[in-house]
Design a protein around this ligand. Structure first.
Ligand SMILES: [Zn+2]
Length: 64
């Protein structure tokens, strides 16, 4: 299910997690693992992504 990004936070391993409108979080550096996303390391880069849609796998799992 597509969900809008409403913000970001760091998890306890210092990896960035996108906060989605549904209340779930999704790592943005390791999904897929070979795709690095340098924009996530800067405040400006993250702000530019707020409002974009991400596929939320957790929502998909709950709806099955
Ligand atoms: Zn979700």
């Amino acid at each position: 299910m597509q969900q809008a990004i409403i913000g970001f936070h760091l998890d306890k391993e210092n990896d960035w997690v996108a906060d989605l409108a549904c209340g779930h979080g999704q790592h943005v550096r390791h999904n897929p693992p070979w795709q690095n996303r340098p924009w996530v390391m800067t405040e400006q880069g993250r702000q530019e992504k707020v409002g974009l849609m991400l596929e939320c796998k957790k929502c998909d799992e709950q709806s099955e």
